[in-house]
Design a protein. Structure first.
Length: 134
C-alpha cells in the first residue's frame, strides 16, 4: 500500500522512523511529502543552509529504506496538491492545517495527526493490519 509521511516533527522522530521502516520491510510503498524546498530551489533563493537540512532528510530516508524518487519537496505549497489523486492510503503529519487541506481536497488519502496518542493504531487500521504484525 502507498503511504506518506511528513518529515519535520514526524519522520524525524525515532518512533515514526521505526514504524515507517517496518512498513518498508513489509513491502509498502513509503513516501516522504515535505513542505521543505528542494536544494536547487533554495540555492536559487540564496538559502544555503537548506542543503545541510536536506542531507539529514536524505540520511533518514536511507536508514528507513525510502527511495529518493519517493521524496516530494512541495516548496511550501500545500501537501494536498502533491497527494491528491496519487493513491495514498494515509498521510502522517503534525501540521493541522496540512491535514485539514487533505480533508478538504476530497481525496481518499486519510490524514493522521502524529501528535495524537493513537496515530500508529490509526495507521494500522487503515492498512488493515493486526497490531502484532507491525
Amino acid at each position: 500500500m502507498k503511504v506518506s509521511f511528513d518529515f519535520d516533527s514526524t519522520l524525524d522522530r525515532k518512533d515514526v522512523q521505526q514504524f515507517a521502516k517496518r512498513l518498508v520491510d513489509r513491502g509498502h510503498e513509503v513516501w516522504i511529502v515535505t513542505s521543505r524546498c528542494t536544494t536547487e530551489y533554495a540555492t536559487k533563493k540564496g538559502w544555503h543552509w537548506v542543503d545541510k537540512q536536506n542531507s539529514t532528510l536524505f540520511s533518514i530516508a536511507d536508514i528507513v529504506g525510502i527511495k529518493r524518487e519517493h521524496i516530494i519537496f512541495t516548496n511550501h505549497i500545500s501537501k494536498s496538491e502533491s497527494i491528491k489523486d496519487k493513491g495514498f492510503a494515509f498521510h502522517l503529519d503534525d501540521d493541522a492545517d496540512e491535514l485539514m487541506d487533505i480533508i478538504h481536497s476530497n481525496d481518499n488519502c486519510r490524514p493522521i495527526n502524529v501528535d495524537h496518542f493513537d496515530w500508529e493504531y490509526d495507521c494500522k487500521q487503515i492498512l488493515k493490519q493486526e497490531d502484532t504484525e507491525l
